[in-house]
Design a protein around this ligand. Structure first.
Ligand code: PEP
Length: 250
């Protein structure tokens, strides 16, 4: 089954109102009319309304960097699925390693956020990945298993028909140290086989993105791996030229 490539920029907590608008406009202007890659951007949440308005009707999807595990109520600092749906938002990153490591998000919380994205018709981009210490102690697959299990137990394998997985080795995020093409393909194939054991059709259609220091000069090699269906891009997504080159590579 042919899977359409997807490249999503995670702008994290960077930029201003003005720079967000400029970056989006440059991306829209630079995408070829016959672009074969689906493209998305996840701005800081305060910029979502303006970015989503500017992206309306264009070939760029807008995503949130997280989504609440509740719909409304006394949850200070959270943004719910129904709120995101009021704008032109169709993607939601869940379980980014920065959320897990800095803000203590557990596998159970990540699964609950994922469930809310699915429930509200947003496509969750579920981030999984091991730390350097876990890789060096040969626990990569064990970590991925645990992170996936929380989501599969709560939402079932069928939910992955409406989701995307991003394999993001923590040691490669923002470090300039990219996984080799072999390392990326090995884990992507592992994830796909694991899902295939539950449902071969879901596994065949599942977009699995790679994230971790993807740049214009390494994107093509990574994306040419059979189980790598595009990327989740941090630093390089803040520069339109680099991001567009990565989209083209996909
Ligand atoms: C990320 O934060 O998801 C990411 C992949 O960052 P970077 O591309 O900067 O490593």
């Amino acid at each position: 089954m042919a899977r359409r490539p997807l490249v999503v920029g995670n702008w994290k907590m960077n930029g201003t109102r003005a720079s967000s608008q400029k970056l989006l406009a440059e991306i829209i202007a630079g995408l070829p009319a016959d672009c074969k890659t689906d493209v998305g951007v996840c701005p800081p949440s305060v910029f979502i309304p303006e970015v989503a308005t500017a992206a309306s009707g264009k070939a760029v999807r807008v995503g949130s960097q997280n989504i609440a595990d509740q719909d409304e109520g006394a949850y200070t600092g959270e943004i719910s699925g129904p709120m995101l749906k009021e704008f032109n938002v169709s993607l939601a990153i869940v379980g980014h390693s920065e959320r897990r490591a800095i803000y203590g998000e557990t596998d159970a919380l990540v699964a609950a956020r994922y469930a809310k994205a699915i429930a509200h018709g947003l496509t969750p981009i579920l981030c999984v990945g091991e730390t350097l210490e876990e890789r060096e102690s040969n626990r990569t697959f064990e970590v991925i298993d645990t992170q996936l299990k929380a989501v599969l137990d709560l939402c079932g394998v069928e939910s992955l028909k409406k989701a995307v997985i991003a394999y993001e080795p923590v040691w490669a995020i923002g470090t300039g140290r990219t996984a080799s093409t072999e390392q990326a393909q090995e884990v992507h194939a592992y994830i796909r086989q694991k899902i295939a054991a539950l449902d071969a059709t879901v596994a065949a259609g599942l977009q699995i993105l790679y994230g971790g220091s993807v740049k214009a000069d390494n994107a093509q090699a990574l994306f040419s791996q059979p189980d790598v269906d595009g990327g989740l891009i941090g630093g390089a997504s803040l520069d339109a030229k680099s991001f567009l080159a990565i989209c083209t590579a996909a």
